[in-house]
Design a binder for this molecule. Structure first.
Ligand SMILES: [Zn+2]
Length: 164
């Protein structure tokens, strides 16, 4: 089964559509189980995460990636802020301030990398136009997978509060 993809049920090609639906209906429980297997909770333990350390790590990683990628994209940012946003992962102001949610450091590295590249691409295309996504695609061909990861695990990660 492809990572993050829907469960795949193989049915013979000659089966009429109505019959396919019947087969899917009769496999509803199996499909639910397969989906549950694909959605492991992150199980982050608030007792083992220090926000100040996480913020420091986020700043280091984000800055490192932004420096590399800005050069590739031929853009310049003015400031990087690591913030505690409740509902977003990153943003890019018209003045070139890039803001990132410190919780990104708890996501897989490729996901954090994608968000940094996404915001840097906004320095060239300040919208979500086709040209913007094309630019993202040229820099990170696997971006959809990372966006999907954020859709899937984002709410859990955004709700996360360290103990201290
Ligand atoms: Zn965007």
């Amino acid at each position: 089964m492809p990572w993050g993809g829907p469960p795949r049920l193989t049915v013979p090609a000659w089966l009429p559509d109505g019959e396919v639906e019947r087969v899917i209906a009769s496999h509803r429980d199996w499909i639910a189980r397969e989906r549950a297997k694909q959605r492991p909770r992150l199980r982050l333990d608030p007792a083992f995460v220090s926000e100040s350390e996480a913020r420091r790590a986020a700043r280091e990683l984000v800055t490192m990636l932004a420096e590399e990628e800005a050069e590739e994209l031929g853009v310049r940012w003015s400031r990087i802020e690591i913030r505690d946003q409740r509902s977003r992962w990153g943003s890019c102001s018209t003045r070139g301030t890039l803001s990132f949610n410190w919780r990104l450091v708890l996501a897989p590295f490729e996901v954090l990398d994608y968000v940094v590249v996404h915001e840097l691409c906004h320095l060239r295309e300040p919208n979500h136009s086709r040209r913007f996504w094309h630019l993202v695609e040229t820099r990170r061909p696997g971006w959809r997978q990372h966006r999907d990861w954020l859709h899937e695990h984002g709410p859990e990660l955004l709700a996360f509060r360290p103990a201290a």
